[in-house]
Design a binder for this molecule. Structure first.
Ligand SMILES: [Zn+2]
Length: 278
């Protein structure tokens, strides 16, 4: 089986039974959509992307935290985000303070060092630096912290990403598609991971099946493992149900939240209604 460590599955509106997918979110609405996609082969992440760091009320994400397998995508982007650095850092920390030991799926374009420092400071145990194309010298720190990087289909033509794939030890590499995202006029998809594995095999001069086994081991030992522990502890196997009323009771009776809670309940309970129609 292939593994896609970072995919915007809710945008693709397709299923990929041959790929184990970690589905990430960009904002509250896509977090709701992503949660509804949970299955035996889809892990779900909620979060607010740094591009949207100044666009949403963070507190409403608390409603979704125990429904998610992991947190993401969250992080920093000092190249493209319109949100100032302090707002981005505040948003990133909001999620890190509420991880409950879940894996964090991190976007950190041109902010790799800053994001790593924040993850370390927050004592995050499991983090995946998605589409890592940062300084090669940070790879050592990433490995020492027990974190991972993900390599995506752009590795075949993006020079800085290819360089990372060449230098990083296989022990910290997993594959991703960033599916749903359009890059250089092409919509990325989980199925392209096959080509990424071929490319890695040639680059590392290691058999393709061997690479798949290493990635599977990382997945089982580090990435899924924590989620299973989390599921056990929280008895959260009933993902298909609505939001537990006790979660709603702890919430402030603020009009904004009440509206969001209602929308959450409707979207999770009556899927696959299109959220945008509300
Ligand atoms: Zn992404």
């Amino acid at each position: 089986m292939l593994f896609d460590a970072h995919c915007h599955l809710s945008l693709l509106k397709k299923t990929y039974p041959q790929v184990f997918i970690a589905a990430v979110s960009m904002d509250f609405a896509s977090s709701l959509d992503t949660i509804s996609l949970k299955s035996d082969t889809v892990l779900t992440g909620i979060g607010l992307h740094p591009w949207n760091a100044n666009k949403e009320n963070l507190e409403k994400f608390e409603l979704l935290l125990d429904k998610a397998d992991f947190i993401g995508e969250v992080g920093l982007d000092f190249k493209y985000s319109n949100a100032d650095k302090d707002t981005q850092i505040g948003t990133f920390n909001f999620f890190l303070e509420r991880t409950f030991k879940k894996t964090i799926n991190v976007h950190a374009l041109e902010a790799w060092k800053e994001a790593l420092d924040i993850l370390k400071e927050a004592s995050v145990e499991r983090a995946l630096l998605h589409w890592y194309s940062g300084p090669p010298e940070l790879l050592k720190n990433i490995q020492e912290l027990g974190y991972f990087i993900s390599i995506n289909p752009s590795v075949t033509f993006q020079e800085k990403h290819r360089k990372i794939a060449q230098l990083a030890p296989l022990e910290i590499i997993v594959t991703e598609s960033d599916g749903g995202y359009e890059y250089k006029g092409k919509i990325l998809e989980p199925t392209q991971i096959n080509d990424t594995i071929d490319f890695l095999s040639q680059l590392k001069k290691i058999d393709k099946e061997e690479i798949k086994k290493i990635i599977e081991k990382i997945l089982k030992n580090y990435i899924i493992y924590d989620n299973f522990i989390y599921l056990e502890v929280n008895e959260a196997e009933d993902y298909k149900g609505g939001i537990d009323s006790s979660i709603l009771k702890t919430y402030k009776p603020h009009f904004d939240f009440a509206v969001w809670a209602l929308r959450t309940f409707i979207v999770i309970s009556i899927k696959p209604l299109d959220f945008t129609t509300f």
